[in-house]
Design a protein around this ligand. Structure first.
Ligand SMILES: *Cc1c(COP(=O)(O)O)cnc(C)c1O
Length: 457
């Protein structure tokens, strides 16, 4: 017999959060500050405003304000595709024959196909409010570039996207969606920037990385008046905006008095996971409740599980500020796996600190087992998941299968960050049996760690 919880828990518009929640306010050990790579000193707001919008710099540096009001214009935009449903995965539970109760928060119900739109609209809004002409950015898998293009089209802002070359080639249709929304899209590394030309000279034939594309986008923002750079993950401000995912999830679960035992999210730069866990981590930090929180990363780019907690550059070109995070080293170029959104060498400083302090766990999973989970999910729950999201599915299934052995009726919540319609090359490889698992050797990781910048802090 099914219990009373519906397949989909929808919230009403008036139950949507009015404020984002800033996890840092409740952290005893704050994430370490960004450093100026030239001086080794913490960056001041004035040093960041040539790169980022003013209001976003304020949010980036704000370690104390717990709740920040969501401007009405952004809330109105959110209403076009939010609140997003929290789904009880009855069909998957049945297929797994598990006593566990599985829930997923589905963020793929908008044209960008991912949670990235939650921060894209916020960042574009503040750029518009500052009177800027446009923004520059990088995109890996293409979801962030698409989300930003949508937000910029809505607000009439110019949008220049540097797209990691491997994704540009694997996902030509992504590029067309972005162009349809009015963005210009350049494969990275490109000849269009100084740093792009330098990277191409050093690594001819490289398939690119998020780190390279970030360097190019920052260079263009800094060199063009009226432009600023925006980033779709990793930054504190992005986790702040993504807290809407967790806040809605908590409101939905509270309606039915469900307390999660395990909360699972895939982790690229950490934004969806940081957003999903935000209100739960708040209770955990304040000693009000306890949850197991699991970050899932690809075995091909294992920042948490095999990286080092140290100051590093966010970009390959080494022009960005230094952030203290779990990193594989900014010179680490992961193999061309199919979860483009998880190919970043570093991790959010907030999540890095929380992981370091023992508030969360991390696991690394291999690509073929991720796709096995993706296919099982697609066949039972009906949604074609993004490869990134499927990392969370893999671990949710693994945890549900453990419950099957022990008979425990745990509540498992995971973030289903997006859909995989633009990832059919990856699905094709899996279906053809030609997908491989590329796992870096200890030597490869050590070589890149050896090149970490020397910082005393
Ligand atoms: C970008 C992306 C991710 C990974 O980014 P995070 O900042 O770690 O959330 C995960 N899933 C999808 C669908 C994405 O587009």
């Amino acid at each position: 017999m099914k219990d009373k919880i519906p397949y989909k828990i929808y919230l009403n518009e008036d139950e949507m959060p009015t404020h984002w929640y800033n996890l840092r306010a409740d952290m005893k050990n704050k994430p370490s500050p960004l450093l100026n790579p030239a001086t080794g000193k913490p960056l001041k707001a004035g040093e960041l405003t040539p790169i980022f919008c003013e209001e976003l710099v304020k949010q980036e540096l704000d370690d104390t304000t717990p709740f920040i009001e969501i401007p009405k214009e952004i809330r109105d935009f959110y209403k076009m595709y939010r609140p997003s449903p929290l789904v009880r995965a009855y069909c998957l539970e049945e297929a797994l024959d598990t006593p566990a109760k599985i829930y997923y928060k589905f963020e793929g119900n908008n044209t960008s196909g991912s949670h990235k739109l939650n921060s894209a609209i916020a960042q574009a809004y503040y750029a518009k409010k500052q009177g800027l002409k446009g923004v520059t950015t990088e995109t890996g898998a293409g979801q962030w570039g698409t989300a930003l293009s949508m937000a910029c089209a809505y607000l009439n802002l110019d949008c220049k996207v540097f797209m990691v070359k491997i994704s540009y080639e694997q996902k030509p249709f992504r590029r067309e969606v972005m162009r349809t929304y009015g963005a210009s899209v350049v494969p990275s590394p490109s000849e269009a920037t100084e740093v792009g030309r330098k990277i191409l000279a050093e690594h001819p034939g490289t398939t690119g990385s998020l780190g390279c594309a970030i360097s190019e986008a920052v260079e263009v923002a800094v060199k063009n008046p009226g432009y600023r750079y925006v980033l779709g993950s990793v930054l504190n401000q992005v986790l702040l905006h993504q807290s809407i995912i967790g806040l809605e999830t908590k409101t939905a679960l509270d309606k039915y008095d469900v307390k999660p035992d395990i909360i699972i999210g895939c982790a690229g730069g950490g934004s969806n996971l940081g957003g999903l866990i935000a209100p739960f981590m708040r209770e955990k930090l304040r000693g009000e409740a306890d949850y197991r929180i699991i970050a899932v990363e690809p075995a091909s780019c294992p920042s948490f599980t095999r990286g080092t907690f140290a100051y590093d550059f966010a970009d390959t070109g080494m022009i960005c500020p230094l952030a203290k995070m779990y990193t594989l080293g900014s010179s680490f170029i992961p193999s061309a796996n199919h979860a483009g959104g998880l190919r970043f060498h570093g991790m959010s400083t907030i999540l890095s600190q929380l992981y370091h302090d023992g508030y969360m766990e991390a696991v690394a999973v291999e690509q073929t087992s991720v796709f096995e989970a993706a296919v099982q999910f697609a066949r039972t729950e009906g949604i074609l998941p993004a490869p990134e999201s499927s990392h969370a599915i893999r671990t949710a299934i693994d945890e549900a299968l453990k419950c099957k052995k022990t008979g425990e009726e745990k509540n498992i919540v995971f973030g289903l960050t997006g859909t995989g319609y633009f990832d059919l090359v990856a699905y094709q490889k899996y279906n053809d049996g030609t997908m491989t698992d590329e796992i870096p050797t200890d030597e490869e990781i050590a070589a890149s760690i050896a090149r970490l910048p020397k910082v005393d802090a």
